[in-house]
Write a protein that binds this ligand. Structure first.
Ligand SMILES: Cc1ncc(COP(=O)(O)O)c(C=O)c1O
Length: 912
């Protein structure tokens, strides 16, 4: 049996234990007197013991059935045992237990076995009632437990929209373990008899308790408060769940408590009917999809189309002689749901009052925002909307320089004064990390010293970065607010929509941090902490402020925006994105300008299918986001483990760890790697709570320089052309494998197989290589892994685009439009004339965005001075795609005349 440390999660442990039990009981059943029988018996014994700790948190097969299997083993009914275990394991794998009762004895099973779950059509599956589990928390004896289950079970009716089963756990701790372990739980019923402590002593389960700050905080809790405290704690780890508190305390006492996500308080313990109806209604409120449902309804109505869209109802296709294949490929429903109507039960995205408005409100609840807006043209557009809504011409915005290009264009459109922030470089892998908090504070303090803090409007950062570096969002906001208490934050979470649904990840999302901060700033403890620090820092210099963890004033405003490409990490059609708002001043100050910005960028014919898919994607995450994100992290972790422990793969590849991608100074926890071949898994909770930066484990960066291929060649010529594996991002010597909520264990297995095959081929090739060939290979590897051009910092804006020389902000808009006039621009050859120009002392200033792929962000923006480092980097880049640069013409730069004119000065030579 593998040790518990070999498992990243208890879910994997559970499924592995059941498979082992199936194999062992099967083998023993086939040969009960064989040589291995004794060993098998003790293995089965151990597996039963270990599963007994785990199964109490799950409704299927349930402790009763589990104990029955165990008794069969003890009584030597080996055939029946093997049969029963086989049925359980199979039902767990196929999910059949979600759809029907699974009999474990032979006679009933024979009647039942007609249905092969894998063969169910999608239509048939859509007709089955969704299943979930309700966790009841009460310390009961066996008899009481049976009584309770029977009573709840009796409430079921044929017309119920969902099916559920109950799991009973005795204590507050067990309930917390249960909801973090059992993803089937959708509702928790907390009864007055619960106790505090769990009797379970399995570290992999106990670890879950760290998610709520450990058990220490609970020690002094009075028993009458266990229930309310549990409701509050559930809200902090799985806010999407419904809790019901059954209590015998008075209404007045209960009213004064924080009950977290409690939907209802019951004073009558045995009102099962009410409880049942409430549980169903709670799940229904997450299940409903106002816009998707409206669109389905609309598509069924008979209508005559007398406005735009000949494709509506498929009319232009069905009458066609030439495009029938399109109709056949997509099927009829998509065209039935295509319409330009905004009435008849539908709604307008630009002025929503009906189902789109409702769908957006539900999304706000799911993602923890105060307002949510859907977008049908990606986060590229969302970013421009938010920037335009909030930034006035001349406002100063601090932006990470390696942000997505939509932000740079957003800055141009808004006329912002841009302070570009440098991320720490990862020269060994030719990629950037993220912007250290010290650098952000440093720029804010410089602006403060220059008397420009009033002009500063927004801090804009990418979280997480493409490569998976994640900020400590809460800390960044706290410390920045301590310097500028009304600063607005835009977190580009294009890659991070899923994070809300994993408790570890959630704490580093903009919306969660905003909600935490809003609460914290109101608290008396915070006011005290602030006063204390303010006294200490009264005469502090900048260095002291940079070294101190700053506390924001209690009256700081929490103003947070996030933009998410739902389509990148969750279920949504391409381009489906959301803007989430958690801004205390939105209603008073922003609503109108937000509306204008939204109108500026949104099509008057937004795609209904995209909106419907956002609505359904929201339903999914509210009901199974927790499970899917957990599985995704598991898949990524098993990929990390498989690659880093395979001896052949280690020769040519390396999975980059947190230690590789985040310098020590930003990893206070000291955690280097989430998996260590000797120590097993690290619980990532601790570093996610503390460190300045952490690594999103679902993105696996693989260094491939050891193969002698650069990242781009490895991607296109090896992975894509030879094996049909698609990836997106590469650097000079790495490729990035992104997992998502659709990643399966088999797709991970296939990738590993492919990597092993590539490594074997390389091995063979090197075996047969001549000395010369081998030397050439080593040379290539060295060039890729060691001789890397250092990544350049942002140089500076030319004085023509700066208001002074005190702080570094620049007017990117003026530079951008100055280049529209061709006579202001010139071209310099990267390998010739530019050298002469720079050698002669001329300041060469870029007139365009220059964006090489990879890394995919501008290494030059309009108005930026070209430095020797940038030039060296451009020359060393061996990528095919450099947007904004034309090799036949050269680098587009401003003429000296244009710059001089901007500055209102004459050229030095002209002045003579
Ligand atoms: C950080 C970041 N922001 C925004 C975007 C744009 O998102 P979309 O493709 O949804 O327009 C991307 C796209 O890759 C991105 O990486």
């Amino acid at each position: 049996m593998q040790s518990v440390n070999d498992y990243y999660s208890a879910i994997q442990l559970r499924s592995d234990r059941w498979s082992s039990l199936r194999e062992a009981t099967g083998a023993l059943g086939r040969d009960p007197q064989g040589k291995k029988a004794d060993a098998l018996r003790s293995q089965i014994e151990e597996l039963f013991t270990s599963l007994a700790l785990i199964e109490r948190y799950w409704a299927f097969p349930g402790m009763q059935a589990f104990d029955h299997l165990r008794r069969q083993f003890e009584h030597g009914n080996l055939d029946d045992l093997a049969f029963g275990v086989h049925r359980v394991t199979r039902a767990l794998t196929t999910g059949a237990y979600r759809r029907r009762h699974i009999p474990l004895d032979r006679e009933s099973a024979e009647v039942d076995d007609h249905e092969d779950e894998a063969m169910l059509s999608p239509e048939a599956r859509a007709l089955t009632k969704p299943y979930f589990e309700v966790m009841i928390v009460d310390d009961l004896n066996e008899h009481q437990e049976r009584w309770l289950k029977t009573n709840v079970g009796r409430m079921r009716r044929f017309e119920d929209p969902f099916m559920y089963e109950t799991v009973i756990v005795p204590s507050l701790e067990d309930a917390l373990i249960g909801i973090l372990f059992n993803h089937n739980v959708q509702a928790v019923v907390v009864r007055p008899g619960l106790r505090l402590k769990s009797g379970v002593d399995l570290p992999i389960l106990k670890r879950y308790l760290n998610r709520v700050g450990g058990a220490e905080g609970l020690e002094g809790l009075k028993p009458e408060n266990f229930g309310a405290e549990l409701c509050r704690l559930i809200a902090s780890v799985r806010p999407e769940l419904d809790a019901y508190l059954v209590t015998d305390r008075s209404v007045e006492e209960i009213a004064g408590l924080d009950l977290g996500i409690c939907r209802r308080v019951f004073y009558n313990q045995e009102d099962f009917q009410e409880l049942h109806l409430n549980i169903l209604r709670g799940v229904q409120s997450r299940y409903k999809t106002p816009f998707f449902t409206a669109l389905v309804e609309y598509s069924k109505q008979p209508t005559g189309v007398f406005h735009a869209m000949p494709i509506s109802r498929g009319k232009s296709i069905s009458r066609s002689h030439w495009i029938q294949d399109m109709g056949a490929f997509y099927g009829p429903n998509i065209f039935m749901a295509e319409t330009s109507a905004t009435s008849g039960g539908l709604d307008s995205l630009l002025e929503p009052h009906g189902p789109i408005k409702k769908a957006q409100e539900l999304a706000a609840r799911a993602f923890g925002s105060k307002q949510t807006f859907f977008a049908t043209n990606g986060t590229s557009t969302c970013n421009k909307i938010v920037v335009q809504a909030l930034v006035r011409p001349g406002d100063i915005v601090l932006v990470d320089r390696d942000c997505h290009k939509s932000h740079h264009y957003g800055m141009v459109l808004a006329g912002a004064q841009v302070v570009y922030l440098d991320s720490y470089p990862l020269n060994d892998y030719s990629m950037y990390g993220a912007v250290p908090l010290r650098e952000i504070k440093h720029q804010l303090l410089a602006l403060k010293a220059a008397g420009k803090l009033d002009q500063v409007r927004m801090l804009l950062l990418t979280n997480c970065t493409f490569d998976g570096v994640v900020y400590n969002v809460e800390r960044v906001m706290e410390e920045c607010l301590a310097i500028k208490p009304d600063l607005i934050f835009l977190w580009d979470e294009a890659w991070f929509a899923f994070a809300r649904f994993g408790p570890t990840y959630r704490q580093r999302t903009g919306m969660n941090a905003a909600n935490v901060l809003r609460e914290r700033l109101k608290s008396p403890e915070h006011a005290k902490a602030y006063e204390k620090q303010a006294g200490k820092l009264k005469d502090a210099d900048d260095e002291k402020l940079l070294m101190t963890r700053l506390v924001p004033p209690p009256d700081a405003r929490v103003r947070v925006y996030t933009t998410q490409s739902t389509h990148k990490t969750l279920t949504s059609l391409r381009q489906g994105s959301m803007i989430h708002v958690n801004d205390q001043d939105f209603k008073g100050e922003v609503e109108q300008s937000f509306h204008e910005a939204y109108m500026t960028h949104t099509s008057t014919s937004p795609n209904y299918q995209i909106i419907a898919s956002l609505d359904v994607g929201r339903r999914q995450v509210e009901l199974e986001g927790f499970e899917f994100v957990q599985r995704q992290v598991e898949a990524a972790m098993s990929m990390r483990k498989a690659i880093s422990t395979h001896p052949l793969l280690q020769k040519y590849f390396k999975v980059l760890t947190a230690g590789d991608m985040i310098p020590d100074a930003y990893r206070e926890s000291g955690v280097e790697s989430y998996y260590d071949p000797h120590q097993g898994w690290t619980d990532i909770w601790e570093c996610w709570e503390k460190d300045e930066f952490v690594l999103d484990a679902t993105r696996v960066t693989l260094a491939v320089g050891g193969t002698g291929w650069d990242g781009d060649t490895f991607k296109t010529q090896i992975l894509m052309d030879k094996y049909g594996i698609q990836i997106n991002k590469t650097s000079r010597n790495t490729v990035l494998f992104m997992t998502n909520i659709g990643t399966t264990r088999s797709s991970v297995a296939y990738l590993i197989e492919v990597l092993v095959e590539i490594a074997k081929e390389l091995d063979d090739r090197l075996d047969d290589a001549s000395n010369m060939e081998r030397r050439a290979f080593e040379h290539r590897v060295k060039a890729l892994m060691e001789d890397l051009p250092p990544l350049p910092d942002f140089s500076r804006f030319h004085d023509a685009f700066r208001s002074d020389k005190v702080t570094i902000e620049g007017d990117i808009r003026t530079a951008f439009f100055l280049s529209y006039d061709e006579k202001n621009c010139d071209y310099l050859d990267l390998h010739g004339s530019i050298n002469e120009a720079m050698a002669s002392g001329r300041e060469v200033v870029s007139a365009s965005f220059i964006i090489p792929y990879p890394p995919g962000f501008p290494i030059l923006v309009p108005g930026q001075v070209v430095s020797a480092e940038i030039l060296a980097f451009m020359r060393a880049l061996d990528v095919n795609e450099i947007h904004g640069y034309r090799a036949d013409l050269g680098l587009r730069v401003f003429t000296d005349e244009a710059l001089a004119q901007r500055m209102g000065t004459k050229l030095p030579e002209a002045a003579e």
